[in-house]
Write a protein that binds this ligand. Structure first.
Ligand code: HDD
Length: 718
């Protein structure tokens, strides 16, 4: 029955959770199945109660001494309601405050079983997961599509305890030692005096720091590349960043780097598009993830490892594996797939799950160990510490989203927000009163007895950590010409927002050490002299780092269809898009259904609400209706004659400039012309009405963008 517009007057039965709102199975705080099989949502019941379950007949009026009299202090319901509201917020994460998350499942291929005894990596084992994606710098309400690193944190609820892989979409980090973390974050956050700019690096303090602290050069270069503005969380790679140590059943150890490879491909926005997105839909990535899961287009990643021998030096082909500013190129050590991650359920409650989830690098399981990377050492301290302040005490592991699926028999007791009712009298060891329980567990987690180098104590770093430029050069040389052009534009944009000229000049000196052409072009854009300096090292490029030139599945991509005269062709194209696993959105002057013969076609976007950034490709299904006045739908007129609505022209113009595939028929050419698109432009398909045009558009979409439309870098390395 369709919902009524009037306020309901009768209570209804408890609401069942939607299938995709199921959280992890309920477990008691001590890890035993709770036996709680009720499937009601909180607030699912019919009648309002206090927090302690007393039914309430009125929540709209305070208790007063008469209709015009004072409110009485004895009104417990008023005070409970307001007090609880006053305390609804918890401190946002000091970094990665803005995020979105989803539940899913990880299925292991078994291909890692020879290098690790981790039970969840054995063949065909399925493990529930919760994944939270995030930006780093912005606060909780900031926009999604800013230029920034993205967090990619995965909680595996394994049978042996929780494994948290707290990674990013960029495989290197700004700093080599955790003691520098407050410095880089203070530099990147808004200026302390006016608290601007929000969620961006285009400001003085960021560039001041990274231009002085050159170990940040590699990460900053990735941020300035297209990786800094992903198209979707679904279309990002993920990296564990550090080198980890795996332990096999026989005790043999292997060093590995963890990778997540998205099945949908690695795609990015273009900069102007990202800026428009942040105004038009600040929740772009959050919405995209939730919509895709709700539509059944489950995002998937293959989990992979680069396997590196655990030699005493902990280097590979001259690359220091303890230095988190370095990658190991895939050409030297291919990523070997070890499992598949599928995100298949949205959180039921943002606060309870996405906000309260607490990751910790120290949550590892038998078969996985950390290394002596000094960045990781500090993280092993920081994550536990931050949860205590953010979640208000040491019992955050008992929150439903953080609960392990393995039985818990710890001797941790009491503390703020303790929800377990521990039994037994002897939370100490040794004891006899509880029969000696819990006993120490044979076969439990044992840290690898890795020898510690005999050296004098000191605030020191290995000499290899001084190499800050070989890998930035490697990354630059691995980019396609169009990606290089984007990097040049990004540095030019960001540095043009820097007020202090000395900072800009200093950063140009850094760029000169990456590549002379990059430096020269940015200097040109800034109107500054090109500094002395040149790259000091020769490196081989790594083609695997480029996002351009491959073909990817188009499942889950969004096709805008501008409604035109031929409804039959529109219907066919819409259905073909759906059949291809993509999302068709019909765009028309007004909402409702399109006028015309045959089955009704619903409009998803009006001209007033549509903007190019929402679509991966656009099809103009015949001459678009001229639309309405610029304000809204009031004066909508049927009929196809008249000038193209300026909002359609703008939409096509933007989509064209952002390299999106375009197609159309019967009058579409005029619409493209009205958008300033030259006839015969690359990636603009005009032909017979129907699926043939769509087919070509979808083929182009497989390459993500029509790269030929972008001006390419013309430098000597292009
Ligand atoms: Fe961190 C959160 C990733 C270095 C201290 N970090 C946080 C999150 C991600 C990362 C994805 C968000 C987790 C979530 O969704 O809840 N961090 C990284 C990566 C790093 C890194 C890939 C380098 C390889 N982080 C790092 C250092 C420190 C921290 C060196 C401190 C010394 N990170 C934190 C934190 C946060 C955090 C303060 C904030 C909220 C939280 O932990 O739970 O502890």
């Amino acid at each position: 029955m369709p919902p009524s517009l009037a306020e309901p007057v009768e209570p209804r039965g408890p609401l069942k959770p939607k299938p995709d709102q199921r959280g992890p199975d309920p477990f008691t705080p001590t890890g035993q199945p709770s036996g709680d099989t009720t499937e009601t949502r909180a607030q699912g019941g019919a009648y309002l109660t206090t927090a302690t379950g007393t039914r309430l007949p009125d929540t709209d009026h305070s208790l007063k001494a008469g209709p015009r009299g004072p409110v009485l202090l004895r009104d417990h319901h008023l005070r409970e309601k307001i007090t609880h509201f006053d305390h609804e917020r918890i401190p946002e994460r000091v970094v990665h405050a803005r995020g979105a998350a989803a539940h899913g499942v990880f299925r292991a291929y078994g291909t890692a079983a020879n290098v690790t005894k981790a039970a969840f990596l054995a063949k065909d084992v399925e493990t529930p997961v919760f994944v939270r994606f995030s930006t780093v710098l912005g606060s909780r309400g900031s926009a999604d599509a800013v230029r920034d690193t993205r967090g990619f944190a995965t909680k595996f609820y394994t049978s042996e305890g929780i494994f948290d892989l707290v990674g990013n979409n960029i495989p290197v980090f700004f700093i080599q030692d955790a003691i520098k973390f407050p410095d880089i974050i203070h530099a990147g956050k808004p200026h302390p005096d006016r608290e601007i700019p929000q969620a961006q690096s285009a400001h003085d303090t960021f560039w001041d720091f990274v231009s002085l602290h050159t170990e940040a050069t590699h990460h900053t270069l990735w941020n300035m590349s297209d990786r800094g503005i992903p198209r979707s969380y679904r279309m990002m790679e993920g990296f564990g960043v550090h080198t980890f140590r795996l332990v096999a059943e026989d005790g043999a150890t292997t060093l590995v780097k963890f990778h997540w490879k998205p099945k949908a491909g690695v795609h990015s926005l273009v900069w102007e598009e990202a800026q428009i997105v942040n105004g038009v839909d600040p929740d772009f990535h959050r919405r995209d993830l939730a919509d895709a899961i709700e539509a059944g287009a489950y995002p998937e990643w293959e989990f992979g490892i680069q396997i590196l021998p655990d030699t005493g030096e902990q280097t590979f082909e001259g690359i220091d594996l303890l230095d988190p500013t370095k990658i190991v190129p895939e050409e030297l050590a291919p990523v070997q797939p070890i499992g598949l991650l599928t995100l298949n359920a949205n959180p039921a409650n943002f606060f309870a799950e996405t906000e309260q989830v607490a990751f910790h690098v120290g949550h590892v399981v038998p078969g996985i160990d950390v290394t002596d990377d000094p960045l990781m050492a500090g993280r092993l301290f920081s994550y536990l510490d931050t949860q205590i302040s953010r979640l208000g005490g040491p019992n955050f592991d008992q929150l439903p989203i953080n609960r392990t699926h393995a039985p818990v028999n710890d001797m941790l007791r009491d503390g703020m927000h303790q929800t377990a009712v521990h039994t037994g009298v002897a939370p100490y060891r040794p004891n006899s009163l509880d029969g000696g329980c819990p006993f120490q567990a044979p076969g439990g987690y044992v840290e690898v007895p890795y020898p510690v180098e005999a050296a004098a104590r000191g605030r020191v770093a290995p000499a290899s950590f001084d190499d800050h430029f070989s890998q930035p050069r490697l990354f630059w040389l691995s980019m396609s010409p169009v990606e290089q052009a984007h990097i040049i534009a990004a540095y030019t944009f960001e540095l043009s927002k820097v007020f202090e000229q000395t900072i800009r000049e200093r950063q140009l000196q850094v760029l000169a050490r990456i590549d002379p052409y990059l430096c020269e072009q940015v200097a040109l854009g800034l109107g500054l002299p090109v500094p002395e300096g040149k790259p000091e090292v020769y490196v081989e490029p790594s083609p695997a780092l480029s996002q351009v030139g491959k073909t990817w599945p188009t499942k889950g991509r969004i096709i805008g269809i501008v409604a035109g005269g031929d409804l039959e062709a529109l219907r066919t194209v819409r259905q073909t898009v759906l059949d291809g696993g993509m999302v068709p959105l019909v765009i028309a002057p007004t909402g409702g259904v399109l006028p015309g013969p045959g089955d009704p076609v619903s409009v998803q976007r009006t001209f007033a609400a549509a903007r190019s950034v929402e679509f991966d490709a656009i099809v103009v299904a015949g001459a678009p209706a001229p639309g309405t006045d610029a304000i809204g739908a009031r004066d909508a007129k049927a009929g196809l004659s008249g000038p193209v609505d300026p909002r359609v022209s703008l939409m096509l113009n933007e989509a064209y400039r952002h390299g999106k595939p375009l197609g159309g028929w019967d009058g579409a050419a005029e619409a493209f012309a009205s958008a300033g698109i030259p006839p015969g432009a690359p990636g603009v398909v005009v032909g017979e009405a129907g699926p043939a045009v769509l087919g070509e558009v979808v083929t182009l979409l497989g390459g993500h963008r029509v790269w030929a439309r972008f001006p390419a870098s013309l430098g000597p390395n292009a």
